[in-house]
Design a protein around this ligand. Structure first.
Ligand SMILES: [Zn+2]
Length: 409
């Protein structure tokens, strides 16, 4: 832990787990719980950084795997680091690349196949996909999804790449498993991830000493263990107390395969084991109900690609649920995307205009829809934080989810 980085917990929920707080980074503070906007390839798709800031986003998360392949982490380093390269002056995160690399092993983007029946198979890959990644005890060899070239990620490579990218918060390189893996494989994998975590701390220490004069970069250990309580708790205890050459983790990422209905439970298990005074990031959630479950169980930050991804397909978040602005009902709807929303899109445009832009396949459609959906999510998390501070969290959660999912029946 450095003077440039720290976490101060604030209000705590009655369960002793969920809390508000402040993360201090060299590029500013993050009030938690906080939603971290996803900018995979050093851009929040379709939106200018000034607009990302204006909609209230506190931090951006980019992807080490994608930036390593294109344009190259050395190039981002030369440009002055991720924040300067993309013109985002606030806090930044990069993930370790493990998720993307490992996803190649099971068929790209298919690894978290929640729908699959309860089969267990350590060799499973998505139908019709070639296995593009192979894990061994030292690291992972994979083929680029861009051009098929061969690459190798190890804990040391991931740390070097993330130091070159220069984000305020980085993640240790971990092995991602799927829910289909056998219990025996999960145990083996967890041990591999533990050993990789030690190597990440050692490499991080060396790189920090080498890269004199650069802002401090915090390193979060990543907790795996799938759906198993004993494995999740063990991972939290192991990484929570891990120290290599005087270096400890500055915070923790909660990763890996988990079923939506267990999300809060799993975050709760690890939160009970982790040091209270270090921040916890939940890697990749999808919907508002996940967000409440994560906050209640003690996650401080989380990233979610959905608000912008679905926006580009005309799906709009609103208090009464998600709807598609492309439907005929919106052709003459001269009202904002969401009544009462304070975002740039809602204060200047109508559903009818967005409907027209999507039908005409105009680029501005993605920009305006993304601004609204990101603002919706940021505001939701801001209100969640306020409700935790004022002691109204449960009431707010019930009210919000009752309305948002009402149409689902
Ligand atoms: Zn809006």
């Amino acid at each position: 832990m450095s003077e440039e980085f720290g976490f101060a917990p604030g209000a705590v929920l009655d369960n002793g787990l969920g809390r508000t707080g402040t993360i201090r980074t060299p590029h500013g503070e993050i009030q938690t719980p906080a939603f971290v906007v996803v900018g995979t390839k050093a851009t929040v798709k379709a939106v200018l950084p000034d607009d990302v800031a204006a909609l209230g986003a506190q931090a951006v998360l980019a992807n080490a795997y994608h930036l390593y392949l294109q344009p190259g982490s050395d190039l981002v380093d030369e440009a002055g680091g991720l924040g300067r390269f993309m013109n985002w002056s606030g806090p930044t995160f990069t993930d370790s690349g493990g998720f993307q690399v490992m996803s190649l092993g099971a068929g790209f983007k298919k690894v978290l196949a929640m729908e699959t029946e309860r089969v267990t198979d350590d060799q499973v890959i998505a139908e019709g996909k070639e296995r593009l990644a192979h894990v061994d005890d030292d690291g992972v060899t994979f083929k680029s999804h861009l051009d098929g070239t061969r690459h190798r990620f190890t804990p040391e490579v991931s740390m070097r790449v993330q130091h070159e990218l220069g984000a305020d918060i980085m993640f240790a390189f971990d092995e991602l498993t799927t829910l289909m893996n056998t219990r025996a494989y999960q145990e083996e994998s967890l041990e591999r991830t533990r050993l990789w975590a030690e190597r990440c701390l050692a490499a991080h220490r060396t790189l920090t000493e080498e890269r004199v004069g650069k802002p401090y970069q915090a390193l979060f250990g990543v907790l795996q263990g799938a759906q198993y309580e004993d494995l999740r708790r063990k991972a939290a205890r192991d990484l929570g107390s891990m120290e290599v050459n005087g270096q400890t983790f500055d915070g923790f990422g909660i990763g890996g395969a988990l079923e939506k209905e267990n999300l809060g439970t799993i975050v709760g298990w690890v939160a009970e084991e982790l040091p209270f005074d270090k921040p916890r990031h939940l890697l990749g959630i999808s919907e508002p109900d996940d967000l409440f479950a994560a906050c209640a169980a003690g996650a401080d930050t989380f990233d979610c690609v959905n608000p912008s991804r679905v926006a580009r397909n005309a799906a709009i978040y609103a208090a009464d649920g998600r709807y598609n602005v492309n439907t005929a009902a919106n052709r003459r709807a001269f009202v904002p995307l969401e009544e009462g929303c304070d975002c740039y899109t809602c204060t200047h445009y109508t559903r009818a205009y967005l409907h027209h832009l999507f039908k005409a396949k105009e680029m501005l459609a993605s920009t305006l829809a993304t601004i609204h959906n990101e603002r919706f999510t940021v505001r939701l998390v801001d209100r969640t934080r306020e409700s935790m501070q004022s002691g109204d969290f449960d009431a707010y959660r019930e009210e919000f989810l009752g309305r948002f999912y009402a149409s689902r029946g």
